[in-house]
Design a protein. Structure first.
Length: 594
């Protein structure tokens, strides 16, 4: 629903006489942050972000010229980015004289701030700048021309061509009379306004009740800047180095400015951070928590505090391993696949949270990682206890932050036909192998979605998920359920940019056989069961396929965002067979092991 029209606290006069309507709120004693909107929005764009900043910051937001209660100059020339920069300078000069401000800008509002940052005084007036879907005109034009001039570099040429085509709508918006009329009529339609912001929930869409008329007036921004950006005169002036900490929030689904358009920004911005998020153009509406977190973290850095893990990961040019500045949580990390996986991520630079039901073994894992120069935090956890997993997730998130990668690995073995397996034992296998995965996903995926910056979940299943055996009824059932649950959850989390990999190991030489319960049919004594356990253990040992190989597969699958990853030749073979000749596997299930 359109927001009600607000009354500005004051007006600020720009050098050319345009009056800018300014709105102030938040903590009057806090540092100042200026929020600058773009087209076709007004200051209302930031309604979802303001409450998340209000406790700490004094917030200044204003309507750009041509919007809301600000003046509506008639000449197209009054809407150049140089005038936008003048407006910004006038607002912060009036409301924050002598005190640098943090800035969050979107779309053309961000472009106007970039224009201001090219001025010599900017370093004294701006403490930090967070730019969203609004690159510097000079940076973007340089990127386009450089790419288009090099057709012998196919990738760069194709990207530059694609970016140029995505901006071609600006030519349409530059047509006098027609463009304002088209914009006014289109944005008067509720359906058009709703379609414009993609799939953002209704309650998060923030438009003013004068959106159509505001857009019709301010569409002059396009003819004022589109062609001028490519002028030889502007290019002769060169590109100035920006002496301000800048962070880019790059919307990977933005249909107008593609992510690679920012790849060369670091050439002119020595202090640069970049956060890519799975969002469309209107991320201030869809991801207000990301905007607020980014502003808070860069402000902390400017104040001299230690950078957060997310900010370290976003720093452009900082050397690190593939998973450097990444937090990884691994369950069942006391031994086997879990331990090797934790160590593999630690070798790649990750900080690791390791958990296991066995306190001694999980502490051994953490100590071994520490000896090798890594960082690990051990926790005792029973994954079958939903309340305990939720408490664990809350504690980890509070003490270390929300993990970027969660590996739900903890599991137990069980052998025995269904009719030979006590009900409580069957349920125990489901509680740990399936329930542990569900509990881990419920506790952490919700936090990943709320954080808004993506992540990855790994659920360890087994080739038993698609290879039925009557002698492993409970185990196969639990792993098959994990497999299907992961398929369902993967589809759900995709919209949030969270990947999910299902790992299906084959015959892996771990200690799982020693801890596996064997439920034998009547007539089998303990000695016979022990002999059979020994035979299977020997078979696993002779296989010489260790848990380190599964760990390597997990790390590789996360890097490549693989949905399904069998591990070991037999796992791949049965995976293919289950799709080509499923009846063959059903027939094999008749074979008895116990």
């Amino acid at each position: 629903m359109p927001a009600p029209h607000r009354v500005p606290q004051q007006f600020v006069d720009s050098p050319d006489g345009v009056r800018i309507a300014v709105y102030e709120e938040g903590n009057p004693a806090g540092p100042t942050v200026a929020l600058v909107h773009g087209f076709p929005d007004s200051h209302i764009l930031w309604d979802g972000v303001v409450p998340l900043l209000a406790d700490r910051f004094r917030i200044i937001r204003y309507d750009n010229r041509g919007v809301g209660l600000s003046s509506v100059p008639k000449p197209v020339s009054a809407y150049t980015m140089d005038h936008f920069a003048d407006d910004f300078a006038a607002v912060i000069g009036e409301l924050s004289p002598g005190v640098p401000v943090h800035v969050l800008g979107h779309d053309w509002g961000s472009v106007g701030v970039w224009e201001y940052l090219s001025r010599a005084v900017a370093g004294d007036r701006v403490a930090s700048f967070t730019s969203v879907s609004g690159p510097s005109q000079d940076h973007l034009v340089n990127y386009l021309i450089s790419g288009l001039r090099r057709p012998w570099r196919p990738r760069a040429f194709a990207r530059a061509t694609g970016q140029a085509l995505r901006l071609s709508y600006m030519a349409l918006f530059s047509i006098p009379v027609l463009a304002p009329l088209l914009v006014r009529v289109s944005l008067s339609s509720a359906a058009v306004r709703r379609n414009m912001v993609d799939n953002i929930p209704e309650g998060q869409v923030h438009h003013s009740d004068t959106l159509a008329s505001d857009a019709a007036h301010s569409v002059k921004t396009y003819p004022a800047n589109y062609f001028r950006s490519f002028s030889a005169e502007r290019r002769r002036q060169g590109i100035r180095i920006v002496d301000v900490p800048v962070q880019l929030i790059v919307n990977v689904r933005d249909p107008y400015v593609r992510p690679h358009g920012y790849d060369e920004t670091a050439r002119w911005v020595p202090r640069l951070w970049r956060r890519d998020i799975n969002a469309g153009h209107f991320s201030p509406m869809s991801h207000p928590q990301v905007m607020a977190a980014a502003v808070n973290e860069i402000a902390d850095l400017v104040d001299g505090k230690q950078p957060t893990r997310a900010l370290l990961r976003a720093q452009v040019g900082r050397p690190r391993g593939c998973f450097g500045d990444t937090l990884v949580a691994v369950t069942g990390a006391g031994s086997g696949i879990g331990r090797e996986t934790a160590m593999a991520f630690a070798r790649e630079g990750a900080e690791v949270v390791v958990s296991d039901i066995d306190e001694a073994t999980v502490k051994e894992t953490a100590a071994e990682i520490a000896v090798r120069g890594g960082v690990a935090h051990p926790y005792v956890l029973d994954v079958s206890d939903a309340d305990a997993v939720e408490a664990f997730a809350g504690r980890v998130s509070a003490e270390h932050g929300v993990p970027d990668i969660v590996v739900n690995n903890a599991g137990i073995g069980q052998a025995g036909r269904f009719l030979d397996t006590p009900a409580e034992e069957f349920n125990r296998v489901l509680d740990v192998n399936l329930g542990g995965v569900v509990n881990g996903c419920r506790a952490f995926s919700r936090r990943l979605v709320e954080r808004g910056t993506g992540g990855h979940i790994v659920n360890v299943s087994s080739m038993a998920a698609y290879a039925p055996l009557q002698s492993m009824s409970a185990y196969c059932t639990s792993k098959a359920a994990t497999y299907m649950f992961s398929d369902c959850l993967r589809a759900e989390l995709d919209a949030a940019g969270i990947g999910l990999t299902t790992i299906c190991p084959g015959v892996i030489d771990t200690n799982i056989v020693n801890t596996t319960r064997f439920d034998a049919p009547p007539g089998k004594d303990d000695e016979q069961v022990s002999d059979r356990r020994g035979q299977i253990d020997k078979m696993f040992g002779m296989r010489h396929y260790g848990p380190d190989k599964v760990a390597e597969a997990i790390v590789s699958a996360v890097k490549k965002n693989k949905p399904i990853r069998p591990v070991a030749p037999e796992a791949y073979a049965l995976y293919g067979l289950s799709r080509v000749l499923p009846q063959a596997l059903r027939s094999t299930a008749r074979l008895r092991v116990i």
